[in-house]
Every structure is written in C-alpha cells, then in structure tokens.
Design a protein around this ligand. Sequence first.
Ligand SMILES: Nc1nc2c(ncn2[C@@H]2O[C@H](COP(=O)(O)OP(=O)(O)OP(=O)(O)O)[C@@H](O)[C@H]2O)c(=O)[nH]1
Ligand SMILES: [Mg+2]
Length: 335
Amino acid sequence: MPLNDLIRRTRQGQPRAIARLITRIENGAAAAEIIPRIYAATGRAHVIGVTGAPGSGKSSLVNELAKALRRRDYKVGIVAVDPSSPFTGGALLGDRVRMQDLSGDKGIFIRSLASRGNLGGLSEATAAVVKVLDAAGFDTILVETVGAGQAEVSIASAAHTTLVIEAPGMGDDVQSIKAGILEIADVLVVNKADRPGAARTVRSLKMMLQLGQAMPVNHHGRSLQTTAVSPNGMENDNFWQTPVLETVAIDGTGIEALLDVVLAHKAHLQATDGWLKQEKIRSRREVEQLLHARFMEQFQTAVSQNDREQLITAIANRETDPYTAVAAIFAQINE
Ligand SMILES: Nc1nc2c(ncn2[C@@H]2O[C@H](COP(=O)(O)OP(=O)(O)OP(=O)(O)O)[C@@H](O)[C@H]2O)c(=O)[nH]1
Ligand SMILES: [Mg+2]
C-alpha cells in the first residue's frame, strides 16, 4: 500500500494500517519518510515509561493500568521494548498472552519491539512508534522496558511520566538499586505487595529518595526546580514529590490509586512548565541522535572501512592522535 494511504488510515486509527506502518519503521530507515508527515499531528499523547528490574511485574502492571485507563475512556497504546531479545517474540510472547484480555478492543493497541542487536536503533524505533500511536489518536501511551542499562533508561526517560517498578526484596539494599534509576522516577511502585517485605522496601525507597533530595540535582531538570521546600517552609509549587506506592498487579490492588497519581503527575506537568520542558529535552535528544547518525553515515561513506581501521590503529600506536585524526576526517568530508 502506498505510504500516503497507510498514513491516512493510521490517522483514522485503523489497527491494520498502524501495524503495517510500524513494521515499516522496524524494518529500517522508513522513519525519515514517515515522521515528517505525521509530526504535526503528534504531541497530544501522555507518554508513560514503565521500567524496573526483570520480573518485577512491569507487564502485569501495564496490563492493569491499561484496563483502568480504558474504564476511564482513555485510548491506550502499549509499546513493550525488549533490548535483550534479538527477536520479536521469545520473552515477549508471554506478555502477549498476558495482554490477551485487552485484545479485540479498538481503544487499545499493543506492539512489541526487540533490539536486533542495535540499542541506538531501538530507542530511535521506539520514539518513532510512540509518534505513530500518538498520531493515530492514542492519548495515553505506555512504554515498558527492562531497566538494566543506560539505553533502557534513556528510552524510559523520553516519557513524560516515568514509573520505576520494584519488588519486595529488590529494593532493600542500597547497592541493588541501579544508579540513575531513582533519579528518573516520577513515581516509584513496589509491586508484589502481597509478598513479605513490601513495607520494608517502601521504607528503604523513601529513605533513599530523602537522601537524594538533600542534593539540589534532579532528574533531567524536569520537575524539581531548586529545593523541595522553599525558605518559608512552604512546599514549592513546581516541586513534584516522588511518591512510593504499593500494588499487587495480579489482583489489581492499588491500581486505581496508582493511576490517580500518574494522572496527577500529568496535570502537574501541564500546570507547570514541566510538559514543555520534557518535550524540549526529548526534541534536543532526537536532534542530537539524528545528527550523530547522519554524521557517522557520512564518515563511513567518505572514509573506507580499511582507512578507518588504519586510522584507529595509528591512533592506538601513537603515530597520530584523535584530534589530528578528526580534523583530517572533517577536512576530507568537507572537500
Ligand atoms: N505475587 C505476585 N506476583 C506477581 C505480581 N505481579 C506480577 N507477578 C508475577 O510475576 C511474574 C513476572 O511478571 P511480569 O509482569 O512478567 O514481570 P515483568 O517485569 O514484565 O518481567 P520482564 O518483562 O520479563 O522483565 C509473573 O509470573 C507474574 O504473574 C504481584 O503483584 N504479586
Ligand atoms: Mg515484561
């Protein structure tokens, strides 16, 4: 089908068109053709990142949140990102089965994305898929990714609202919480609250949040302005206090309360300059990623693989240095 038809049908929210458009994005460079044609129709969706350790219950929570959102009449897009799997399928198949009770509902669209060995490509593809769902009229988009490394954190933090999921026993030890994970959390969730130790995990997380707040550095400069409490002791209006909530995803306990908090965070972003700030962070990152990719492409075209290898070897052997090498590469590209 011609791309224009596919895009028109996607804008009408036709599931098969959306699926085919996403497949084109997955298969390669199509994003450069697609995004310019839909970008003006994006920017409406509230993007919620859901990240956390493997097995903490992210998919189960996403499933329950999606159902709760549907009960409140939101249209929900779900993107499950699996950086560890080179295939679409595998671990994600389990997610599909679990999310089956959601299928058949036109107000929900679910898609899994796998890495195919290229994390940079995965975060670019995820961003493009989110835009497709946004343009298709899904007003709330949940992005699930395993919180294991920098790339995954960057996928999650491209969201307006980031949920970090812990399970009892995982968060008790300061060491066990990955550096950087708490900083990106807008909401902390202790799932599997039916298991022993949940209250202790909540306490440790709250303690770590307090420790973190002693320092005036935060997030991506998103919500926290300067300090938690202004000099007169009043809460700063622009400050979002990261809440810690307990849930049991397998029976739905705590889900409505979690959704209330997620929507409160959205309202908070909209009421402050947080929403625009987050959009600017994302826009800047996208431009820089695309520039980097375009430049690397040019570099690889201008300098043969053989010459690139020789250059690297020469730098390693101290026959030249990285600065001189880069100056020479720029001269060659600008020739
Ligand atoms: N007891 C209990 N089990 C849960 C809860 N939530 C999820 N589980 C179970 O924990 C297991 C993992 O749940 P998932 O939702 O697949 O977790 P995940 O974080 O998406 O896992 P990965 O995507 O593989 O990292 C499943 O067997 C769930 O049924 C909960 O609240 N309580
Ligand atoms: Mg999962």
